[in-house]
Design a protein. Structure first.
Length: 238
């Protein structure tokens, strides 16, 4: 049997494939965020006072701030378009094709599964909860569809954060580190940008984060276990 150092493949960035212990912790963390998502979803679906009161207070305050500081809305348009399905689908397909061209099959599968699973989960919850969107006077635009969970917030995690993770492993440092953390930060901030437009409640954003986080943690943990097993088999003597 090969040593643990050999099993843990090293990527162009110099980073190694995480260990089985890390994979187990990621899967455990996914279970924890899934529980939080379930609790929040029950509160939202049953129209409980919390988070409804908190949503109204925080949402109206952020939207009023945005109207008084319109540069925040101008900036939020960047996240709006780069989180829309039509644009994000093209970007995701381009990333997957590029990974396949360079024969990074595992990362191509990772991006694909994270993206598709996130969309499926978000649409399922939206259709089940059927939460109406907020409507503030002076709204910049009116978004269509149900509100919970925020698809943009989910996509920020399941697409942009995942792009960042891939960059951290496949691009050489320090460029890969700079690009990776920029993409991760951009993805996380996609959620709050929806509050500047007033098209989502705060709990929609939190729900999108929890959904995206749960799925990415789970896929990452399972992906590491699969990659480790494949690596072990490739190193076994014939």
């Amino acid at each position: 049997m090969s040593s643990g150092a050999n099993i843990r493949r090293t990527f162009p960035s110099g980073r190694q494939l995480p260990s089985r212990m890390v994979a187990s912790r990621l899967i455990l963390a996914a279970g924890g965020t899934a529980i939080l998502l379930a609790v929040l979803t029950v509160f939202v679906a049953t129209h409980a006072a919390w988070p409804a009161d908190t949503d109204q207070t925080i949402g109206s305050a952020i939207f009023s701030f945005a109207l008084g500081h319109y540069w925040t809305i101008d900036l939020a348009w960047v996240w709006h378009y780069l989180g829309k399905v039509t644009y994000l689908l093209s970007i995701t397909v381009a990333v997957v094709v590029l990974l396949m061209v360079f024969r990074r099959w595992g990362f191509a599968a990772y991006v694909t599964v994270c993206a598709l699973g996130g969309v499926a989960g978000s649409e399922l919850i939206k259709a089940s909860v059927e939460r109406a969107r907020p409507h503030y006077p002076g709204a910049v635009f009116n978004e269509v569809g149900f509100s919970y969970t925020s698809g943009h917030s989910m996509a920020g995690i399941c697409n942009w954060v995942v792009f960042g993770i891939v960059a951290l492993y496949l691009l050489r440092r320090p460029l890969g580190t700079a690009i990776g953390w920029t993409l991760i930060t951009f993805g996380i901030l996609m959620g709050p940008s929806r509050l500047f437009f007033g098209v989502h409640w705060t709990s929609d954003v939190v729900g999108g984060w929890l959904l995206g986080g749960t799925w990415v943690l789970l896929v990452s943990g399972i992906g590491i276990l699969i990659a480790t097993r494949v690596r072990e088999r490739s190193l076994r003597p014939n």
